[in-house]
Write a protein that binds this ligand. Structure first.
Ligand code: FES
Length: 247
């Protein structure tokens, strides 16, 4: 199929960006969205033009690097990562708008690439557990209740792609931060930092310029890993509990 692409081009963080139109031809419905962009970039290189910069790594829906807004939706029309989106969701002759994540805390580096290091700083402020050095402990040395293990696994699925922030009208990172807080706070191993973790991670989230949550729920709608909206409620409860304890 043949497509018209309107892509955000921006040569650097301080440069003025604009939507630029390209035509791509011979796109297979079985291609991934990133393979379609590879095809465009091969054409651009052959024509002596600068290829479109976009982030990617695993191309398997694991690393979270490949975020972009496609026709106004974070990761496009399917609830998955951009690398797992396939061109069968588009039709011959379609016009497709492709933009970077739009959020104050995710400044554009180039074209479709944004700086998501604010997420790293949120994790660095509390997304860890106290781990004694030495040899690995025996398996099951710390019993973990089944419901706690299930909740931890559910929240640990967050890949930090940033779609939740991009979809939120406030640019809020509450879903991301709550996934990281809850997945450790529900485990016995996360107990020693339970209070400081939630307070520090929420403080860092606010300091990084993410907006507040007004319960629009867009974040959970686009999350490719299905992190539930209720995670935010759990984090708010953990936050109030920590304040009450005077941590
Ligand atoms: S490239 Fe890793 S999740 Fe898409």
């Amino acid at each position: 199929m043949n497509l018209t692409l309107r892509i955000w081009r921006q040569s650097g963080p301080d440069a003025k960006g604009a939507m630029t139109t390209y035509e791509v031809t011979g796109i297979s419905p079985d291609m991934s969205f990133l393979e379609m962009l590879d095809t465009l970039n091969e054409d651009l290189i052959l024509r002596g033009e600068t290829p479109v910069a976009f982030d990617h790594d695993c191309r398997e829906g694991i690393c979270g690097a490949c975020g972009m807004v496609i026709n106004g939706q974070a990761h496009g029309p399917e609830r998955t990562t951009t690398c797992q989106l396939h061109m069968r969701h588009f039709s011959d002759g379609d016009t497709v708008d492709i933009e970077p994540w739009r959020a104050a805390a995710f400044p554009v580096v180039k074209d479709l690439v944004v700086d998501r290091s604010a997420f790293d700083r949120v994790i660095g402020s509390g997304g860890y557990i106290t781990a004694p050095t030495g040899s690995a402990p025996d398996a099951h040395a710390t019993p973990v209740p089944k419901d706690a293990a299930d909740a931890a696994f559910e929240h640990a699925e967050c890949i930090g792609c940033g779609a939740c922030v991009a979809a939120c009208p406030n640019g809020s990172a509450m879903l991301f931060t709550s996934a990281k807080v809850v997945h450790l706070n529900v485990l016995p191993q996360g107990g020693p930092e339970r209070e400081s973790r939630v307070l520090d991670m929420v403080d860092t989230m606010d300091a990084e310029g993410f907006g507040g949550c007004t319960n629009t729920g867009e974040c959970a709608t686009v999350c490719p890993k299905g992190i539930p909206l209720a995670s935010i409620t759990t984090m708010n409860r953990e936050y109030l509990r920590a304040l009450r304890k005077g941590a």
